[in-house]
Design a protein around this ligand. Structure first.
Ligand code: HEC
Ligand code: HEC
Ligand code: HEC
Ligand code: HEC
Ligand code: HEC
Ligand code: HEC
Ligand code: HEC
Ligand code: HEC
Ligand code: HEC
Ligand code: HEC
Length: 336
C-alpha cells in the first residue's frame, strides 16, 4: 500500500467505481488516491496537483481499470519496486502507460473483448525468450546491456526465469522467484548468515555447483559470507566473463593483498587469473588449490627448474621457499 496513501486497495477500487470515470471528478479522485498530502483519507483541500498531466491522469485511470479485474496482480505490483511506474510523472516518462501496460503492452484488444485471455502480451510459454526479455530491457537495458550476449540468454532463459513480477510477497530481494520446493522466497542477502538470496536462486538450476561448496576448503556461501553474485553477474555477457583480468578482478575486490601490482608478478595469474591455481567454489585440497600436492601444481606448468630441485618430491612444500607465490616486490623467484 505504498502509493495509495491512507486507503487500502479495495477501498480505493470501490471509491473509484463510485466516482466512475467522470472527467470532472477525475481530479478529486486523483487527489484522494495519490496525493501525498492525504492523511487518513482526508485530503488537504488546499493542496493542488501541480505536476499531473493529462497523460498521467489517463495512465492512472487505465491502471484502475486493470486493477478492477486483476486485484491480486495490482496488489503485488503495488508492494513491489515497479509501483514507482504508477507515481507522478512516470507516465510521461515512458509515454502514457499505466504501470501495467509498461510490461504488458497495448491493452486495446484485451479491453475491447472485456478481458479475454490470449490477446494481451502475457510473457507466456509460447513467446520467444528474447522477446520477453526485450520488454524488460526497454527500461533495464542501461543497467544490463550485455544480457543478450550472456550464457543465460543463449540457453533460452528470459528475465522471468529468475524474476517474478506477481508472486513476490513484497520482501523478496530483487523480485527473485520463489523457490520451486515452496520453501519461500530467496529473500536473504549476503552477510545474513544463511544461503543468500541470489545463491538460493542460482542453486535452483546449478545444483552441481552448489555441491562444490560442500568441500572442506570452500568459500562460505551457506553461511552467507558471500553469494554467487559476489563473483558472477547473471546478466553479464559471456565474453566479459571469459577475460582473465576480469575474472581476477572478481577475486581481488576481496583479496586485495593478492592484487599487486608487484615488481615481480607471477606469470601464471596473467593468463588464467586466480583460477590457474585455485578452484573458486571449493575443492578438497588445502587453500582450494587445484592439486592436492603443491609440487604437482607447480610442475603442471614448470618443466625447467634448477638442478638442486631434483631432491624435492611431490610432498615438498615448494612455497616453504617460494613464499610470495602471488607476486613479490623483492625477488624474481618469489623467495621473499
Ligand atoms: C514489470 C513488468 C510487469 C508489470 C509492471 C506488470 N506485470 Fe503482469 N506480468 C508480468 C510478467 C513477467 C508476467 C508472467 C508471470 C510472472 O513472471 O510473474 C505477468 C503476468 C500477469 C498476468 C497473468 C497471470 C497468470 O497467472 O497467468 C496478469 C493477469 C497480469 N500480469 C496483470 C498485470 C496487471 C493488472 C498489472 C498492473 C497492476 C501488471 N500485470 C503489471 C510483468 C509485469
Ligand atoms: C473486465 C475485466 C478485465 C479488465 C478490465 C482487464 N482484464 Fe486482463 N483478464 C481478464 C480475464 C477474465 C482474463 C483471463 C483470465 C484467465 O483466463 O485466467 C484476463 C487475462 C489477462 C492477462 C493474461 C492473458 C493471457 O493470455 O494469459 C493479462 C496479462 C491481463 N489480463 C492484463 C490486463 C491488463 C494489463 C489490463 C488493463 C490494461 C487488464 N488485463 C484489464 C479480465 C480483465
Ligand atoms: C517502464 C519501465 C520498466 C519496465 C518495462 C520494467 N521495469 Fe523493472 N523497474 C523499473 C523501475 C523504474 C524500477 C525501480 C527502480 C528503483 O527503484 O531504483 C524497477 C525495478 C526492478 C527490479 C528491482 C530492482 C532492485 O534494485 O531491486 C527488478 C528485479 C526489475 N525491475 C525487473 C524487471 C523485469 C524482469 C521486467 C520485465 C518483466 C521489468 N523490470 C520491466 C522500470 C521498468
Ligand atoms: C539466471 C537468473 C537471472 C536472469 C535470467 C535475470 N536475472 Fe536479474 N537478477 C538475478 C539475481 C540473482 C539478481 C540479484 C543479484 C543480487 O542480489 O546480488 C538480479 C538482479 C536484478 C536487478 C536488480 C539489481 C541490478 O543488478 O540491477 C534487476 C533490475 C534485474 N535483475 C533485471 C533483470 C532483467 C531485466 C533481466 C532480463 C533481461 C534479468 N534480470 C534476468 C537473476 C537473474
Ligand atoms: C532457470 C535456470 C537457471 C538459473 C536460475 C541460473 N542459471 Fe546459470 N545457467 C543456466 C543454463 C541453462 C546455463 C547454460 C548451460 C551451462 O553452461 O551450464 C547457465 C550458465 C551459467 C554460467 C556459464 C557457465 C559457463 O560454462 O560459462 C554461469 C557462470 C552461471 N550460469 C551462473 C549462474 C548464477 C550466478 C546464477 C544465479 C544468479 C544462475 N546461473 C542462475 C541456468 C540457470
Ligand atoms: C568466489 C567467487 C565465486 C563464487 C562465490 C561463485 N563462483 Fe562460480 N565461478 C567462479 C569462477 C572464477 C569461475 C570460472 C572457473 C574457470 O574458469 O575455471 C566460476 C565458474 C562457474 C560456472 C561455470 C563452470 C562450472 O563450474 O560449471 C558456473 C555454472 C558457476 N560458476 C556458477 C556459480 C553458482 C551457481 C554459484 C553460487 C552457488 C557460484 N558460481 C559462486 C567464481 C565464483
Ligand atoms: C566477496 C568477497 C570474496 C570474493 C569476491 C572472493 N573471496 Fe575468496 N575468500 C573470501 C573470504 C571471506 C575468505 C575466508 C574464508 C572463510 O573464512 O570463509 C576467502 C577465502 C579464500 C581462499 C582460502 C583461503 C585459505 O586460507 O585457505 C582462497 C584460496 C580464495 N578465497 C580465493 C578466491 C578466489 C580465487 C576468488 C575469485 C574467484 C575469490 N577468493 C573471491 C572472500 C572472497
Ligand atoms: C601460481 C598459482 C597461484 C595463483 C595463480 C594464485 N594462487 Fe593463491 N595460492 C597459491 C598457493 C600455492 C597457495 C598456498 C600458499 C601456501 O602454501 O602457503 C595459495 C594461497 C592463497 C590464499 C590463502 C593463503 C593466503 O595467503 O591468504 C588465498 C586467499 C589465495 N591464494 C588467493 C589467491 C587469489 C585471490 C589469486 C588471484 C589474484 C591467487 N590466489 C592466485 C597459488 C596460487
Ligand atoms: C598455470 C601455470 C603455472 C603454475 C601452476 C605455476 N606457475 Fe610459476 N610461472 C608461470 C609462468 C607463465 C611464469 C612466467 C614465466 C616467464 O616469464 O618466463 C612463472 C614464473 C615463475 C617463477 C619465476 C621464475 C621464472 O621462471 O620466470 C617462479 C620461481 C615460479 N613461477 C614458481 C612457481 C611455483 C613454486 C609454483 C607452484 C606453487 C608455480 N610457479 C606454479 C606459470 C605457472
Ligand atoms: C629449499 C628452498 C626451495 C624449495 C623447497 C623449492 N625451491 Fe624452487 N628455487 C629455489 C631457489 C633458491 C631458486 C633459484 C633462484 C635463482 O636462481 O635465483 C629456485 C628456482 C626455482 C624456479 C626457477 C626460477 C628461475 O629463475 O628460473 C622454479 C620454476 C622453481 N624454483 C620451482 C620450484 C618448485 C616447483 C618447487 C617444489 C617442487 C620448488 N621450487 C621448491 C629454492 C627452492
Amino acid at each position: 500500500m505504498r502509493f495509495r496513501r491512507g486507503l487500502p486497495l479495495t477501498a480505493t477500487l470501490s471509491l473509484t467505481a463510485t466516482l466512475g470515470l467522470a472527467v470532472t471528478l477525475g481530479l478529486v479522485a486523483t487527489m484522494i488516491l495519490i496525493n501525498p498530502g492525504t492523511v487518513g483519507g482526508q485530503p488537504r483541500a488546499e493542496s493542488p496537483e501541480p505536476d499531473r498531466t493529462a497523460a498521467d491522469s489517463a495512465a492512472l485511470d487505465l491502471f484502475e481499470t486493470c486493477a478492477g479485474c486483476h486485484e491480486d496482480e495490482a496488489s503485488s505490483f503495488q508492494r513491489g519496486p515497479h509501483s514507482v511506474l504508477d507515481r507522478d510523472g512516470l507516465a510521461a516518462f515512458h509515454g502514457a502507460v499505466s504501470g501495467c501496460t509498461a510490461c504488458h503492452g497495448d491493452p486495446t484488444a484485451h479491453l475491447d473483448s472485456g478481458g479475454e485471455a490470449g490477446n494481451i502480451f502475457a510473457f507466456g510459454e509460447g513467446e520467444l525468450a528474447n522477446v520477453k526479455s526485450a520488454q524488460c530491457l526497454t527500461c533495464h537495458g542501461d543497467s544490463h546491456p550485455g544480457y543478450f550476449a550472456s550464457r543465460h540468454a543463449a540457453a533460452g532463459l528470459d528475465c522471468s526465469s529468475c524474476h517474478s513480477m506477481h508472486s513476490n510477497d513484497g520482501v523478496s530481494r530483487s523480485l527473485l522467484k520463489p523457490t520451486a520446493d515452496g520453501t519461500g522466497f530467496p529473500a536473504l542477502g549476503a552477510h545474513s548468515g544463511a544461503l543468500g538470496g541470489a545463491s538460493a536462486s542460482c542453486a535452483e538450476c546449478h545444483t552441481d555447483v552448489l555441491a562444490e561448496f560442500e568441500f572442506n576448503e570452500r568459500h562460505r556461501l551457506q553461511e552467507g559470507i558471500l553469494d554467487c553474485s559476489s563473483c558472477h553477474d547473471p546478466h553479464a555477457s559471456s565474453a566479459r566473463w571469459r577475460l582473465a583480468g576480469f575474472k581476477q578482478q572478481q577475486c581481488v575486490d576481496c583479496h586485495a593483498d593478492k592484487s599487486g601490482p608487484f615488481v615481480f608478478e607471477h606469470g601464471a595469474q596473467k593468463v588464467e587469473g586466480c583460477v590457474a591455481c585455485h578452484q573458486p567454489h571449493g575443492s578438497p585440497n588445502r587453500h582450494m588449490l587445484t592439486f592436492q600436492s603443491t609440487a604437482e601444481l607447480c610442475y603442471s606448468c614448470h618443466a625447467g627448474v634448477p638442478g638442486f630441485h631434483t631432491r624435492f618430491t611431490a610432498d615438498s612444500g615448494c612455497t616453504n621457499c617460494h613464499s610470495t607465490i602471488h607476486g613479490s616486490n623483492f625477488d624474481a623467484a618469489f623467495l621473499k
